[in-house]
Ligand binder design. Structure first.
Ligand code: TPP
Ligand code: MG
Length: 324
């Protein structure tokens, strides 16, 4: 089925918004206004946008250290994200988590955790809970290629397969884990095969084609809801360094050569070209751009204006209340 122009416009706007927010975060880091480590997903936006557009508000999403896009695409509040990164009590995790610990249960984001692969078993556990509670929610686990080298990734996929749990495993394969390329870490290249070996069906998807990601996600989510777990390996590339705004050109095998090719394969430019070919005029695309910039500007102003954390509250949530 050919997707409608308004629908693709929504995916385009979702990706553009993630990019403009992350560029804003990059500026804040460079100016020294943000002190927590920030892992940016610039270049990878088609995956959160395409997958989350296939989910219901009450479906669950779990992420890792590079999860601003997951949070935003699933409907997490933008001001709450920026306030969190600025360490404000009004942040989505009370200003105590920073960029890598995002939480928005009102839209199904049950947690992002920077321990690599940490939320994969939690996503499986949440899927088990939805099954036991007789609801039909799907639990989506976003993780990187590096996470599939952790033992509990394999244990989690196995259990989900055995118990036919409603999990969509989404591997954002950006070909690097920190500064080590896939080819330095694995003999077998296709990560999807690790899931197939355990009885979970899956596909490799062009992770920079938001329509391909979304189409695969719609099928995967329907399968997870009705039958059991599914695995999507979405191939992509991060433009910025492992952590922070720099491009990390001097680290990793072939990174400098590969980055130029991947920047020419920009998921946002590709969706923009699709819209223009479908008849959207340049003025409409410019209006989407203006809206994104204005939304980020206003959210940052609100986040900055919010009260700062108070030193006397530093111990809150740290120690359990004493039970007499
Ligand atoms: C258990 C654990 N080991 C090591 C680290 C350090 N670390 C943080 S991110 C990362 C690489 C993750 O690579 P990948 O899963 O491919 O995600 P990407 O950064 O490429 O998005 C590593 C090794 C960690 N946070 N947790
Ligand atoms: Mg990676």
């Amino acid at each position: 089925m050919i997707p409608s122009v308004p629908f693709v416009e929504g995916l385009y706007a979702s990706m553009l918004r993630i990019r403009r927010v992350e560029e804003c975060i990059a500026d804040l880091v460079e100016r020294g206004e943000v002190l927590c480590p920030c892992h940016l997903c610039i270049g990878q936006e088609a995956i959160p946008a395409g997958i989350c557009a296939a989910l219901r508000r009450d479906d669950y999403v779990w992420g890792g250290h590079r999860s601003h896009g997951h949070y935003l695409a699933k409907g997490g509040d933008l001001t709450g994200l920026l306030a969190e990164i600025l360490g404000k009590p009004s942040g989505c995790s009370g200003g105590r988590g920073g960029s890598m610990h995002l939480f928005a249960p009102e839209v199904g984001i049950l947690g992002t955790v920077p321990l690599v692969a940490a939320t994969i078993p939690l996503a499986v556990g949440a899927a088990l809970a939805t099954r036991r509670l007789k609801t039909d929610r799907v639990s989506v686990s976003f993780f990187g290629d590096g996470a599939t080298e952790e033992g509990h990734y394999h244990e989690s996929v196995n259990l989900a397969a055995l118990w036919k749990l409603p999990v969509v495993f989404v591997c954002e394969n950006n070909l690097y884990a920190s500064h080590l390329s896939l080819s330095e870490r694995r003999a077998a290249e296709a990560i999807v095969d690790t899931a197939r070996a355990l009885g979970v069906p899956g596909d490799q998807v062009d992770g920079n084609d938001v329509l391909a990601v979304h189409t695969a996600a719609v099928q995967a989510v329907a399968h997870a809801r009705a039958v059991g777990p599914v695995f999507l390996e979405c191939r992509t590339f991060r433009w910025r360094g492992h952590v922070g705004p720099a491009e990390d050109l001097d680290v990793g095998v072939r990174r400098r050569a590969d980055l130029a090719g991947w920047m020419a394969n920009d998921p946002i430019a590709r969706a923009g070209a699709w819209l223009q070919a479908a008849g959207m005029d340049a003025g409409r695309l410019a209006a989407i751009e203006r809206d994104a910039r204005e939304e980020v500007r206003a959210a940052l102003a609100r986040a900055k204006a919010a009260p700062d954390a108070r030193p006397e509250d530093a111990g809150a949530h740290v120690f359990a209340a004493r039970v007499e």
